[in-house]
Design a protein around this ligand. Sequence first.
Ligand SMILES: Cc1cc2nc3c(=O)[nH]c(=O)nc-3n(C[C@H](O)[C@H](O)[C@H](O)COP(=O)(O)OP(=O)(O)OC[C@H]3O[C@@H](n4cnc5c(N)ncnc54)[C@H](O)[C@@H]3O)c2cc1C
Ligand code: FES
Length: 342
Amino acid sequence: MSFQIQLQPSGITFAADENRPVLDSAIDANVTLPYGCRGGFCGACKGKVLQGQVDLGKAPEQSLPISEREAGFALLCCAKPQSNLLVDIKGASQTAAVVPPKQFPCRVNHLERLAGDVMRVMLQLPASETFAFRAGQYIDILLDNGLRRSFSIANAPSVKSELELHIRLIPGGHFTPTVFDGMKPRDILRVEGPFGTFWLREESLKPIVMLAGGTGFAPLKALVEHAIHLGVKRPVTLYWGARSPDGLYLHKLAQSWQSSLPHFRYIPVISESRQNDGWTGQRGLVHEAVLADFADLSQHEVYACGAPPMIEAARNSFTQQRGLPPEEFFSDAFTFAARAHS
Ligand SMILES: Cc1cc2nc3c(=O)[nH]c(=O)nc-3n(C[C@H](O)[C@H](O)[C@H](O)COP(=O)(O)OP(=O)(O)OC[C@H]3O[C@@H](n4cnc5c(N)ncnc54)[C@H](O)[C@@H]3O)c2cc1C
Ligand code: FES
């Protein structure tokens, strides 16, 4: 059975199937809702159901506590409609320019160890496919038994034939250990994408602060390369945090952007305080480096990507202590997928 979903304040309406999460029906209808993990973990798709009934689905309590359920909130990547709905969710838009995700095979072209626990994987797109995506989006790698794992695309769409991924080894994980031990050039992977709403808001003129933790650098690399391609003149400050200098696995590339993009600054930050590692740059937590440099973020846009605790610390401190409007904080939290997409 199909129900009518109306969004507030945008006024957008679309039809949604009772057996599917509202987000999936929105994607099919070219409606862009804010979302990230599609698994109930990042909280990006949270909306308030003002009228109607939903089945909250597999939304875990950590991202949708009981108090929020009682107040009518739902995670739209999990919630299935049980009637027509009126939902309050900011940042929704409708445009034919959004590319619906599709499945296709990719060939592994090249593997390069960028750090002890980071592999660059270059995937060749099939010649018969045109794969359109926006800089900052991600793909899912489809595994056996219906499992899937999400990885951000690290190159801009102006690179036509290849997709670049930066994959961090998760010891004990189902997929990433196979990338470091077994995957080889010419292997075929099945992927689905593009997904996500972490892309450059090109219509804005505001200065940009970017914040990456570890391989959260991947989609920000895509954003910066896209900004270079577009000739963006807005000031861009990129903070890249890692535990040790080795974790800044494309440090020289990030430094080189200072000569390709006007008004670009790159600030690497190391969190481990180890003697004799030769590091002379900033130390500490990456979001604290931003707090130290910016007394006021009320006129900025922030793009943050990395581990969920880093995203939450940045979101809370920037909005509560530095006046950043919540709708100007764009993020992709690198949540684990094992119990989310299985
Ligand atoms: C939108 C998005 C984009 C991403 N992009 C990237 C990227 O560009 N690069 C990158 O390196 N990573 C990225 N990630 C993270 C990546 O998808 C995960 O690290 C992935 O799950 C690793 O797969 P795996 O099969 O190796 O590990 P998994 O099998 O998923 O297991 C990970 C580890 O966590 C444990 N675990 C699993 N679920 C839970 C849980 N709920 N609570 C506690 N522990 C748990 C497992 O036991 C295991 O030790 C992204 C994630 C998202 C959501
Ligand atoms: S919780 Fe719904 S997209 Fe992450």
